[in-house]
Design a protein around this ligand. Structure first.
Ligand code: SF4
Ligand code: F3S
Ligand code: FES
Length: 233
């Protein structure tokens, strides 16, 4: 079948503002949007610019706005979109560098701000730090994040207030706050109790809908908020 692919293009060296460009590509129902972008780039217009690496939903580099929703181009198939016309635009709310490539630096700075690494104060044990299956299960969901930014850039609270730390950073804080081997949960709770922390979440659920890993993001945010309330009591 023929698909009309409408891509929002922007070249900072030539364009004052983004503009839509339309391409017609031949596609099968099992083709993914990433396959269509490759067809355009390799067969029609080599200037089209986008990020991708693994092509299998692992690296998180090709999140973009596809038919109005944040999706990984390598995971969403033509048959799932149920349309012969597909629009593709860069992730909302981040500065566009070129075409579908956005500047992720502010996003990663927020990720780093929540100390997303294990901090154990006890001396290094001779063997691994033990943890029961039940203790591991508490944060299993939030270990799955691939830092694609689909959640944070789909959040109206983030659009309204870009200083909001955002759901991706909170998910990654959750992963360590609830890790029984970590001793610095309180530091992260203090960081997230800030005015740009968890309280900016209005439980809108766009983040949960956008997450390609199926992480229960809103639930994780509420678990962190509850822990902050306990921490402050
Ligand atoms: Fe992407 Fe999900 Fe991680 Fe957000 S929580 S950055 S949507 S993988
Ligand atoms: Fe935003 Fe998700 Fe909260 S969309 S408002 S972070 S539930
Ligand atoms: Fe790696 Fe899509 S290219 S997640």
């Amino acid at each position: 079948m023929q698909i009309e692919l409408r891509i929002l293009r922007f070249d900072p060296e030539k364009d004052q503002k983004p503009h839509e460009q339309t391409y017609t590509v031949e596609a099968g129902p099992m083709d993914r949007v990433l396959d269509l972008l490759h067809k355009v780039k390799y067969e029609q217009d080599g200037t089209l610019t986008f990020r991708r690496s693994c092509a299998h939903g692992v690296c998180g580099s090709d999140a973009m706005l596809i038919n109005g929703r944040n999706r990984l181009a390598c995971k969403i198939r033509v048959d799932q979109l149920k349309a012969r016309r597909i629009t593709v635009a860069p992730l909302p709310g981040l500065p566009v560098m070129k075409d579908l490539v956005v500047d992720m630096e502010a996003f990663f700075a927020k990720f780093r701000s929540v100390q997303p690494y294990l901090q154990a104060d006890s001396l290094d044990p001779d063997r691994e730090r033990l943890q029961s299956q039940a203790e591991r299960a508490v944060f299993d969901d939030t270990t799955k994040c691939i830092l694609c930014a689909a959640c944070t850039t789909s959040c109206p609270s983030f659009w309204a207030q870009p200083s909001y730390v955002g759901p991706a950073a909170i998910v990654n804080a959750h992963r360590f706050i609830f890790d029984s081997r970590d001793d610095h949960a309180d530091d992260r709770l203090t960081i997230l109790a800030d005015r740009d922390g968890v309280w900016r979440c209005r439980t809108i659920f766009n983040c949960t809908d956008a997450c390609p890993r199926g992480i229960h993001i809103t639930q994780a945010i509420l678990e962190v908020s509850s822990r902050i309330v306990e921490h402050q009591a």
